[in-house]
Design a protein around this ligand. Structure first.
Ligand code: G16
Length: 543
């Protein structure tokens, strides 16, 4: 075994987006592409002894190959020990959990999350820091800067490590420990939630389907739901991770998890449904004929946090991403705690959790989590709901309706226009920015615009400032229209239009969501020229 120095030249476009570097698999397969990015990570981390690293991914196509490359490069950069999940598998929340539990220096996560996989699909890589969370922007920008100037990368020529056998081997001086990907995570969940109560719920005949969407949460859900909690076998569906997610789009929303939604809307539906995404950090919660919006789920978890043993002393605060509905703000008000509004991206929650300013965080993009780790956590949210159902003896619909009756309902929807022309999308955002000064104070189809801005976030912990985080048009009745460009797409641009309308009157809580938001959608199109500029008549995905 020797360490090689291989000459290389920079690739364009290696700037990490909302959540790491995400590109087509074919782009990652170019010789040196992955190596350059990993070299840039190690250059950013600098040298130092006694450092351990966690490595794992969601098992998608190219995962195993990438893990082997990263191990050989870690050995060449003086890392002392790497913990890698068996089969190269670790869900994103499990990486965060393992980093924290084993006091690792950081971790490398291989995933393009909810994006499709397979040879023609997407791949991704991101770096997580020692708190277990995604690297903040100052680190991702430093990594990007290194990708633009590097001239060589270092790698050991050691043979591949057997990733399928638990135990310890070596590459150069580095110890490689293949760990059970589920054990640490499952132990943490058992400490946070009332597993006895959930076990008793299943023992009483409570029925559930968890759709793992052929992705990484399958092994975790099998072990925890069917193993530790005694749910009948068959509770977890699509539970074996596949490199191409069975050809599907592993995004737990009503559009992509259509199989689960059909089941929950059909005759003989189980009591409870849930789904998770490619890397196990997203979740969707479903009752009979009712998909709970992620924004409502966050608010409901916050309002009921103390039912779970891990949160029995209450929560210190809540944070939500700016486009997420303001349902959680109303709960925070009632609890007398703060609700922070951050830009889209889980990385913005890390400082708030580290400073103990917030316990719970959530995003409209099907992400919910708490300070137990520093990533959003799909199964965690599902276990919270199971704990709540067990403790209250109520069904999903009753819980949701009672929540709306108490706090009001925030009708909410996101309209995605995917793979549109990037130039047209930029022009639309620019034109909106230029209109901002004259929008405030205007009346738009019966709505009075109270505020219109391009969201700026001032991090209260480290003072960093993030600008141009999305156009907000806030009406005096609390309704909102938000425009953003996605930072996770790999083709053209994706425009996200977020619509929200607050309805306090329980007699008006039964409207169809799209109908309730129709006028706001029309206003949004009028002021942005969205359809005209993109040539699209309607969104590609509505969630
Ligand atoms: C990532 C981020 C989330 C973000 C989501 C969508 O999730 O971690 O914070 O809400 O992307 O981002 P965008 O609107 O920029 O596409 P994941 O599950 O893809 O890692």
């Amino acid at each position: 075994m020797t360490i090689q120095t291989v000459a290389t030249t920079p690739f364009a476009g290696q700037r990490p987006g909302t959540s790491g570097l995400r590109k087509k698999v074919t782009e990652f397969q170019q010789p040196g592409y992955l190596e350059n990015f990993v070299e840039a990570i190690f250059l950013t981390l600098g040298e130092g002894a006694e450092r351990s690293l966690v490595v794992g991914g969601d098992g998608r196509y190219f995962n195993r190959q990438a893990v082997q490359t990263i191990l050989r490069m870690a050995a060449a950069h003086g890392i002392e020990r790497v913990l890698v999940g068996r089969g190269g598998i670790l869900s994103t929340p499990a990486v965060s959990c393992v980093i924290r539990k084993h006091a690792a220096f950081g971790g490398i996560v291989l995933s393009a999350s909810h994006n499709p996989g397979g040879p023609d699909g997407d791949f991704g890589i991101k770096y997580n820091i020692e708190n277990g969370g995604p690297a903040p922007e100052k680190i991702t920008e430093a990594i990007f800067a290194n990708t633009q100037t590097l001239t060589a990368y270092r790698i050991s020529d050691a043979p591949p490590v057997d990733l399928d056998v638990l135990g310890t081997t070596r590459i150069e001086n580095m110890v490689v420990e293949v760990i059970d990907p589920v054990a640490d995570y499952a132990g943490l969940m058992a400490r946070l939630f009332d597993f006895d109560a959930i076990r008793a719920l299943f023992a009483r005949g409570f029925s559930m389907r968890f759709d793992a969407m052929h992705a990484v949460s399958g092994p975790y859900a099998h072990a925890i739901l069917e193993g530790m909690l005694g749910a009948p076998s068959g509770t977890v569906i699509n539970g074996v991770p596949r490199e191409d997610f069975g050809g599907g789009h592993p995004d737990p929303n009503p559009v992509n998890a259509a199989e689960l939604i059909a089941l929950m809307n059909g005759p003989g539906a189980p009591d409870f449904g849930a789904a998770s995404d490619g890397d196990g950090d997203r979740n969707m919660i479903v009752g009979r004929r009712l998909a709970v919006t992620p924004s409502d789920s966050l608010a409901i978890i916050a309002a009921n946090a103390t039912v779970a043993p891990g949160y029995k002393h209450g929560i210190s605060g809540i944070a939500r991403s700016m486009p997420t509905s303001t349902a959680a703000d109303r709960v925070a008000d009632a609890l007398g705690i703060s609700c922070f509004e951050t830009p889209t991206g889980w990385k913005y929650f890390g400082n708030l959790m580290d400073a103990n300013l917030v316990t719970l965080c959530g995003e409209e993009s099907y992400g919910t989590g708490s300070h137990h780790i520093r990533e959003k956590d799909g199964l965690w949210a599902v276990l919270f709901w199971l704990n709540l159902l067990a403790a209250s003896g109520k069904g999903v619909e009753q819980i949701v309706r009672e929540h709306w009756a108490r706090f009001g309902r925030n009708y909410y929807s996101r309209h995605d226009y995917e793979a549109v022309d990037a130039g047209a999308a930029d022009q639309m955002m620019q034109a909106l920015r230029e209109q901002l000064p004259e929008l405030a104070g205007r009346r738009l189809d019966g709505h009075h615009v109270a505020e219109a801005d391009d969201f700026v976030y001032n991090d209260p912990v480290d003072g960093s400032v993030a600008t141009r985080q999305g156009i907000r048009i806030i009406m005096s009745d609390g309704s909102r229209i938000v425009f953003r460009l996605s930072g996770t797409g790999t083709e053209g641009a994706t425009i996200r239009l977020y619509l929200e309308r607050y309805e306090p009157d329980p007699a008006r809580h039964d409207l169809d969501t799209q109908e309730a938001l129709r006028r706001l959608a029309e206003i949004a199109d009028d002021i942005s020229g969205l359809r005209r500029r993109t040539g699209r008549e309607s969104p590609t995905v509505i969630t």
